[in-house]
Design a protein around this ligand. Structure first.
Ligand SMILES: C[S@@+](CC[C@H](N)C(=O)[O-])C[C@H]1O[C@@H](n2cnc3c(N)ncnc32)[C@H](O)[C@@H]1O
Length: 257
């Protein structure tokens, strides 16, 4: 799947706040090796580097498009094109940070413990993931993709919800770490303009579905989805649309250090 950096960055303000909320809970003073997994266009990677300006900060992503923008905007940082599933740095991490990326990977029961093995003693894994796979924005997308009209082309793209409940992560991670901090926040995002939620999902959840269709079919699918979204998230008279968005946060620290 290809990513579109411009479309993704349309909502950078909304996407930034959870990253700051995550950053505020990282219990480290001076990490040396920091990796930002699924760094995208590198905006948050650069904030990590400003926050800990002595650190060696590397952004990791498997999208050539996103990394090209990251490199162009922040040439002094390190960038690596790699799949997070095979992340295994030569210098182990004091901090692995991942904002809004690990939901794109399955099998978290394998992924999370594997990431912990890439930390130095006392190292921290800090993760934020959208937890809205049961929200109307996503359920309508999946229902439409599985409807008879689209099933043969899109049905197989509907994944089981990749993000588990808080208890599930607690049980998986607490035996492996010294400190664990898990929470969930719903952001009531105020979006502006026509088809605001559609515009949001164009940058993320809708992408794989549109990419699987010919342009003329994609336009029809998108307009059917837009109709459903308008029912689920009506635009207010003042032009605003309120889009509740739940996010799950996990900050764990391994022993030692
Ligand atoms: C929603 S964006 C988040 C970007 C950035 N962390 C932010 O908060 O703005 C998700 C990023 O994860 C990357 N990604 C998704 N699956 C990946 C994988 N398996 N390996 C590496 N990167 C991946 C995508 O290319 C994309 O840049």
């Amino acid at each position: 799947m290809t990513w579109n950096p411009e479309q993704y960055n349309l909502f950078s303000d909304h996407r930034l706040r959870p990253a700051f909320d995550l950053l505020s809970q990282v219990p480290l003073n001076a990490p040396t090796f920091i990796y930002d997994l699924g760094c995208g266009t590198g905006h948050i990677t650069s904030l990590l580097s400003q926050h800990w300006n002595e650190a060696i900060v590397t952004g990791v992503d498997n999208s050539a498009e996103m990394l090209a923008k990251a490199r162009a905007d922040h040439p002094s940082l390190e960038w690596k094109q790699q799949d997070i599933g095979s992340f295994s740095p030569t210098s182990k991490a004091n901090l692995i940070f991942s904002n809004a990326a690990l939901q794109w990977l399955d099998n978290h029961e394998i992924l999370f413990p594997k990431l912990l093995t890439q930390l130095r003693p006392g190292g921290v894994l800090a993760v934020q993931m959208p937890n809205n796979f049961n929200a109307p924005s996503h359920e309508n997308l999946y229902d439409l993709a599985r409807s008879p009209e689209w099933y043969d082309r899109l049905g197989s793209l509907v994944r089981p919800a990749p993000v588990h409940k808080i208890d599930w992560y607690f049980e998986l991670l607490s035996p492996l770490v010294e400190k664990i901090n898990i929470w969930e926040t719903t952001y009531f995002q105020v979006l502006k303009g026509k088809d605001a939620v559609l515009e949001w999902t164009r940058g993320t959840a809708l992408r794989p579905f549109l990419a699987a269709l010919k342009p003329e079919e994609a336009a029809i699918f998108e307009s059917q989805y837009a109709e459903r979204l308008l029912q689920a998230y009506p635009m207010r008279q003042d032009g605003a649309t309120i889009y509740p968005f739940s996010r799950l946060f996990i900050v764990v620290q391994v022993a030692g250090g």
